[in-house]
Design a protein. Structure first.
Length: 89
């Protein structure tokens, strides 16, 4: 069973702001979800037979790519023959 303290800890780990008024209803919902998983764990499924494996992917069709000059002409910025993208960090 999940307690309000557990939910508060999980919310902190997930960096989700949660005020004290939301803890009780969310804890009940969380426990209801876990109860569903307990029910699913008790269900016995039918054993499936061995299935033949086959490749569903298409065969590669190699084609020549665009020249580097044409690709870089579409980029907003380039540097040393590569597309320059904004820094992420």
């Amino acid at each position: 069973m999940v307690t309000e303290k557990d939910v508060e800890h999980i919310a902190d780990l997930a960096d989700i702001g949660m005020d004290s008024g939301e803890l009780a209803p969310f804890t009940q919902q969380f426990n209801a979800i876990i109860d569903y998983f307990d029910i699913l764990d008790r269900v016995k499924g039918e054993e499936s037979g061995v299935r033949d494996l086959y490749n569903v992917m298409r065969e590669d069709d190699p084609r020549p790519s665009l020249p580097q000059k044409d690709v870089l002409s579409n980029a907003p910025a380039s540097e040393d023959g590569f597309i320059k993208a904004p820094r992420v960090m």
